[in-house]
Design a protein around this ligand. Structure first.
Ligand code: FES
Length: 104
């Protein structure tokens, strides 16, 4: 792994970026996330969490099992609140986003 190795492809965070953040005192994935946006991409840390956590574990001498998982964001696109409350899940809820789609 060299300085320009991409650790988080979604946000273009490199190994060098992580080293910088860890030298500033980051001790959790969320600390790294706040400084670099690592984990905030479309995959929501599925592709980078393990590598970052492993690096934190090695640098800070913290067992990997003690590194907390990152906080997750809600769905990427807006959904109507009604869709969470409905009991009848068979019928799709029409929204301004779904209007015009052929499968309605
Ligand atoms: S690879 Fe880091 S957020 Fe997707």
């Amino acid at each position: 792994m060299n300085e320009e190795t991409i650790i988080c492809p979604c946000e273009d965070v490199t190994y060098s970026d992580l080293e910088s953040v860890l030298s500033l005192g980051a001790e959790t994935f969320d600390d790294v996330k706040r400084f670099t946006r690592c984990g905030m991409g479309p995959c929501q840390a599925k592709a980078c969490f393990y590598q970052v956590s492993k690096l934190i574990s090695e640098r800070k001498q913290i067992p990997l099992s003690k590194i907390p998982y990152t906080h997750m964001r809600l769905p990427l696109r807006m959904i109507p609140l009604e869709s969470l409350l409905r009991e009848d899940k068979e019928k799709p809820v029409k929204t301004s986003l779904s209007e015009g789609h052929a499968n309605e």
